[in-house]
Design a protein around this ligand. Sequence first.
Ligand code: 8YV
Length: 327
Amino acid sequence: MNKPVVAVTRKLPPVTETRMMELFEARLNENDRPLGAADILAKCDGADVLVPTVTDVIDADLIAALPDSIRLIANFGVGVNHIDLAAAAARTIQVTNTPGVLTEDTADLTIALLLSVPRRLVEGARLAATGKWTGWTPTFMMGHRVTGKRLGIIGMGRIGQAVARRARGFGISIHYHNRRRLHPEIEEELEATYWESLDQMLAHMDLISVNCPQTPDTYHLLNAERLDKLQPHAVIVNTARGGIIDEAALVERLEAGAIAGAGLDVYENEPAIHPKLLALDNVVLSPHLGSATHEGRIAMGEKVIINIKTFSDGHVPLDRVLDGIDV
Ligand code: 8YV
């Protein structure tokens, strides 16, 4: 039996690559150089499957130019905003992603940011590292308590719910806005309050966590007008996708003190970060680390392999992405 030819755009964990080489005719990217459209197309020539990541732009033009041999785009990652799903569907190319296996890691990082910003942890660590700390005083570097605060979660899929479970442990009360209301048993378990109106929820929260996928509907969901609903002491955390927040509008409000702080793991134009964000003290910035654990990345690789295997064996892969996705 012929092994499927699999074009992989980035360097993957070694165990994933080893297994891919056993099962497939894998075209790897050993030096991990990011590929442009022409490189991706060259790599796909005569291939059956394309394995991209969030750093690749798999837009309508690229999909239209893919060779007919490509039948599956098996994304390494859960978010698929970098793939034009309609263009893939038009060519009957299936798309899969890697849900479920990065939920806990991403929720952990969300909580790390939710704690770091109000407690000024990174600002404090930076000062300590200079060796210029002059000692404890009763009023030194005071932040804000998180216990007893209200957290508004935008997007209550797997990751949003995992954030809620953790936040309950810190005595934070859970509020959420989602396309669909959760089942009553889940709401009860999470002690979560549903807000049909995002605008209303934003106006009443102390902390906000963005956990929805980026789709044409959620692009700039938090635009200037919505950000203006937030209270001045509010802190906003985003571990989903940069494009869900209007980054320039957020920067203006952080600079003006209209929003107290932000913890960001994702940016509108990665790897570029808005230069003004870099100059602010009331932000904690991490470089898209949500799923960056050895365990998480190996599990993502395993999902990609299973999706390709299932597909090439003639079955429908479990992680097939249709129009809407849950993260
Ligand atoms: C991944 C992510 O590392 O899975 C996602 O959607 O945002 C990240 O955690 C990245 O997408 C890999 O392609």
